[in-house]
Design a binder for this molecule. Structure first.
Ligand code: AMP
Length: 193
């Protein structure tokens, strides 16, 4: 199964991707996680990405397409994957189409979590508080200023990705405001159609 999860920051993509990963036994490919790991490891990609990530902007298409292409070559991604946080621009979606065509692969589903934007900042603040309570480090971009910019990047650059897949007739939309369990069930139903 090869899936894309779309939705704004704080929509619950990561939570649902983890559940889908367990259910289907396929890896979650999160460009955000990969970039954060690169920043932590101080690689050249990490050094290039750090400042733009901290302020809530988007890392260049060239960098993220490169890391996804490498990751999709790994053996565990051969039978399927859940893309979380990628593609975030139409150029990335087009690059993904080319990558999949070359591999003779087809996507099984593109699911968008629809959420009320007014609820997102509260969700991000809750995530930061829970992370702190668990004694873990809060993401550098989980703060109101960076969040505003992430939402702006989403509206300007990522919302057109939904339109891109919508025009191809492959997009399925799910109410992301429901409980985590209900969202999971709605995703299962959308994928079964
Ligand atoms: P996320 O964990 O998906 O919220 O991503 C955290 C940050 O990583 C984003 O705000 C961007 O700066 C960067 N990032 C993650 N995925 C992408 C992508 N596909 N394209 C550009 N930047 C990305």
């Amino acid at each position: 199964m090869k899936l894309i999860l779309l939705g704004p920051p704080g929509a619950g993509k990561g939570t649902q991707a983890t559940r889908l990963m367990e259910k289907h036994g396929i890896p979650q490919l999160s460009t955000g996680d990969m970039l954060r790991a690169a920043v932590k490891a101080g690689t050249s990609v990490g050094l290039q990405a750090k400042a733009v990530m901290e302020t809530g902007g988007l890392v260049s298409d060239q960098i993220v397409v490169g890391i996804i292409a490498d990751r999709m070559e790994e053996p565990d991604a051969k039978k399927g994957f859940i893309l979380d946080g990628f593609p975030r621009t139409v150029a990335q979606a087009q690059a993904l189409d080319e990558m999949l065509a070359k591999k003779g692969m087809k996507l099984d589903g593109i699911v968008e979590l629809k959420v009320d934007e007014n609820a997102l900042l509260a969700r991000i603040e809750k995530r930061a508080a829970e992370t702190l309570a668990a004694g873990e480090a809060v993401r550098a971009d989980d703060n109101p200023e960076a969040f505003k910019k992430r939402l702006q990047a989403y509206r300007e650059q990522t919302a057109p990705v939904s339109a891109y897949y919508g025009s191809k007739g492959t997009l399925k939309q799910v109410d992301g405001m429901a409980s985590i369990d209900d969202v999971s069930k709605a995703i299962d139903r959308a994928l079964a159609k």
